[in-house]
Design a protein around this ligand. Structure first.
Ligand code: FAD
Ligand code: GLY
Length: 393
């Protein structure tokens, strides 16, 4: 499509983060354009869709835990509004996560996570082996015990992203199918704009960079911000129940098998997600070894997994950062400060929790766009922490 009128905002990247921002910015009355080549290989379409604020937090990551909790609290009302706006369900499930342990050593580790969770005010119900199998009858008899984390949710991330894209278009967002090669944002640079691979330039009042792991390839951003992003590959399986087999689990199940974490996430439509590898690599190739290991580990948790259909294997790149936290806020201290990034906002680096953090991120970015302050929980995640020249604002 052509972009004749100069929009208020151009969002580079239409994954879960870019689409959520675009939708909310349009609802706030801004004229928004989203640019994305729509190749379909973004992390948002690969993800498992867990809305689980603690499972992947490390001890000591308290700021991250606080932002995850803010994100979880924001999700229900955002989801309800989205389903109404898009007129399509997003597959929200509220059954919770059952984390299981195979032996006393695993169980001790699980108890430490449980204490961490409780310290954050979250539910955690300890269960013995029998109670675990009562809750999930197909679980391996080898289970030693477990903990039910009742407050964890999940969403069908593909349906969720589709709904966000429908809602953003319905709210008046214009979509441009292309790749942003560079951004321009400061005084002395002829005003904010994005440069596209086909040579076009789209001028605007503010640029939002939401290109996930690909943020590193966007020229015009300060090097220290581009290099703060670190792609972390995750391989994942999508299984389907054959006709006649009842759903083999109702809760998300997490376990540590042979020292590796695994999760199984059920969907209402009979799909089951098995994930995921965690590799410091940036290719999106699916390897035989990963498929083997994921299936082996899934079958050791739920032996009947062997009866499911292997529907899809996929690999995505989590946009990680040097400190595992997202990067949300102004890229530079202000127009004219010599960074060239005075009207550029960053919304990237959501690593393992971008689906969970999408609604809260959209709120934070729209606050910046409309001259307000984001929630204080975002303070530690300002891009200034990576930037030599920037100061928080
Ligand atoms: P992406 O989804 O990667 O989107 C980036 C978009 O930018 C893409 O659409 C791409 O086409 C576009 N783009 C790239 N380059 C350009 C360019 N130059 N110009 C314009 N557009 C461009 N999170 C959870 O909360 N829960 C989970 O259970 C979960 N499970 C995961 C499992 C796996 C295996 C993986 C890989 C990730 C998982 N995540 C999960 C993390 C989550 O998927 C990411 O944090 C989130 O998708 C990041 O969203 P994004 O929009 O920033 O990036
Ligand atoms: N949050 C799940 C994953 O990153 O694999």
């Amino acid at each position: 499509m052509s972009v004749d009128a100069v929009p208020d905002v151009v969002v580079a990247g239409g994954g879960v983060i870019g689409a959520a921002i675009a939708w909310r910015a349009a609802l706030a009355g801004l004229d928004v354009v989203v640019v994305d080549p729509e190749a379909g290989d973004g992390a948002s379409l690969v993800a498992a869709g867990m809305l689980a604020p603690v499972s992947e937090s490390l001890f000591g990551e308290d700021d991250l835990l606080r932002i995850n909790l803010l994100a979880l609290a924001r999700f229900p009302s955002f989801a309800a509004e989205l389903e109404a706006a898009a007129g399509q369900p997003i597959g929200l499930r509220r059954e919770g996560t059952l984390a299981i342990a195979y032996d006393p050593g695993d169980y001790a580790a699980l108890m430490r996570l449980t204490a961490f969770r409780r310290s954050a005010g979250l539910d955690a119900e300890e269960l013995d082996s029998r109670a675990c199998r009562k809750l999930e009858p197909f679980l391996t008899p080898d289970v030693h015990g477990g903990v039910l984390f009742g407050g964890d949710w999940s969403v069908d991330n593909r349906r969720y992203v589709a709904a966000l894209r429908t809602a953003m278009v319905a709210a008046g967002v214009r979509a441009v199918r292309d790749r942003v090669t560079a951004v321009r944002g400061g005084e002395g640079e002829a005003g904010p704009a994005v440069l596209l691979a086909d040579g076009r330039v789209i001028e605007c009042a503010t640029v939002v960079v939401a290109t996930g792991s690909w943020t590193r390839s966007i020229a015009g951003l300060p090097d220290e911000l581009r290099t703060a992003i670190r792609p972390v590959k995750g391989q994942l399986l999508r299984l389907r129940h054959p006709a006649g087999l009842p759903q083999i689990t109702t809760h998300t199940i997490r376990a540590t098998v042979r020292g590796t974490d695994i999760y199984l996430v059920p969907r209402a439509d009979g799909e089951m997600i098995v994930g995921a590898t965690q590799e410091e690599r940036e290719d999106q190739l699916v390897t035989a070894g990963a498929v083997h290991d994921l299936l082996h580990d899934a079958m050791s948790v739920l032996p009947v997994t062997s009866e499911l259909i292997l529907a899809e294997t996929c690999a995505g790149l989590r946009p990680g950062t040097r400190d595992n936290g997202p990067v949300v806020g102004w890229a530079g201290p202000g127009t004219g400060a010599g960074t060239g990034t005075g009207r550029i906002l960053l919304a990237t680096g959501h690593y393992r929790n971008g689906i969970l953090m999408s609604a809260a991120t959209a709120d934070a970015v729209v606050a910046c766009l409309t001259g307000q302050d984001p929630a204080p929980e975002w303070g530690p995640f300002n891009p200034a922490r990576f930037s030599r020249s920037a100061v928080p604002r």
